[in-house]
Write a protein that binds this ligand. Structure first.
Ligand SMILES: [Zn+2]
Ligand SMILES: [Zn+2]
Ligand SMILES: [Zn+2]
Length: 332
């Protein structure tokens, strides 16, 4: 620090750092830019990083992962909040009339892949994890019960009662296929919504647009959930009102149907996946239980989180990774 402070270009360095907004891992750019007048070919402006401190220009990494860079992830979170909020009440070029459009907050869950340790609370009291008086013994000799009242930081939370019974293949494949399952859900939703209103999908598109904003949330057990805002617009998007018959109730009915019927198959393995039976569909209102601020904050929070918050990595596993040396628990 003393060395840096005593450099003649300290001020320039400090202003570069300040403009990265406290980025933990700024990108160091090296190179030059020359602007020419297109008509005359005359050089208008020249910039090179050669004269910058250490010969580099520092720019923020702009990651959205809080585990990589808290400062940039915070910018991303705040931007996402404003974007989602604008989609609900207007702003950022979206007219305020959008707040009158029917809008739902939907949570699609993963199915069960085996019993896992869980922390349950009732009236402020922590309940036993899996208290079963007549608990069965699994084929591996483990009694399928756990009477512990787990603390919120217990590392076993989300881990199976019997790792040998737990369907690890299924849980990994579900995460991999979930984007396809989501895509099919959106198609099935449009089909069902059209049919409920006696229209073809093509005819529906001429009168109603269905818009989605979704985030994935990793659960403790390591499988993804999807949270989505689903909004009805007129044919020209958020600036046009949907027809009167396009109601939130009809949309909710279509969501329930689509979530129940869609499947996605991992063909080479002959396995078919569907959403879990837990489905949450709620209306977003300006003054009710679920306000637009709450929804925007929720979506924005998960937009900056990867899988690290459930004890796995915040990046892809690379082919050359030594799995035994990764800083994760056996379950992850
Ligand atoms: Zn950064
Ligand atoms: Zn337990
Ligand atoms: Zn077992």
């Amino acid at each position: 620090m003393i060395h840096r402070l005593s450099q003649p270009d300290y001020d320039r360095w400090a202003s570069q750092i300040k403009r990265t907004g406290g980025c933990r891992q700024p990108i160091h750019l090296r190179g030059k830019v020359e602007h020419y007048d297109q008509a005359t070919g005359r050089l208008l402006h020249r910039y090179t990083t050669r004269t910058e401190p250490n010969g580099v220009l520092r720019v923020p990494c702009k990651t959205r992962r809080a585990s990589r860079c808290p400062a940039c992830a915070e910018v991303y979170r705040a931007d996402t909040y404003q974007l989602v909020r604008a989609g609900l009440v207007g702003g950022k070029g979206v007219p305020e009339t959008v707040s009158a459009h029917p809008c739902l907050f939907v949570t699609l869950t993963a199915p069960s892949f085996g019993e896992v340790h869980a922390r349950r609370e009732k009236n402020g009291k922590v309940l036993p994890c899996h208290a079963r008086r007549d608990a069965e013994t699994c084929p591996h000799g483990r009694v399928m019960s756990c009477t512990k009242r787990h603390s919120a930081h217990d590392q076993r939370l989300g881990e199976p009662l019997c790792p040998d019974c737990y369907d690890y293949d299924g849980s990994v494949l579900f995460n991999a296929i979930s984007p396809e399952l989501w895509r099919r859900f959106t198609l099935a939703l449009r089909r069902r919504f059209a049919r409920l209103n006696g229209l073809t999908v093509k005819a529906l598109r001429e009168q109603v647009m269905i818009s989605f904003a979704k985030v994935a949330e990793y659960q403790r057990r390591g499988v993804v959930h999807f949270h989505a805002v689903i909004r009805l617009d007129g044919p020209d998007g958020p600036s046009s009102p949907p027809p009167a018959w396009a109601t939130a109730d009809a949309l909710a009915e279509a969501v329930h149907h689509a979530a129940a019927v869609v499947t996605a198959e991992v063909k080479p393995l002959g396995r078919t996946f569907r959403w879990g039976t837990q489905l949450d569909v709620r209306r977003i209102t300006m003054d009710g239980d679920l306000t637009e601020q709450a929804v925007a904050a929720y979506i924005a929070k998960y937009a900056t989180k990867a899988a690290e918050c459930v004890g796995t990595l915040d990046r892809r596993v690379q082919p050359l990774d030594n799995l035994d040396e990764l800083p994760v628990r056996e379950h992850a």
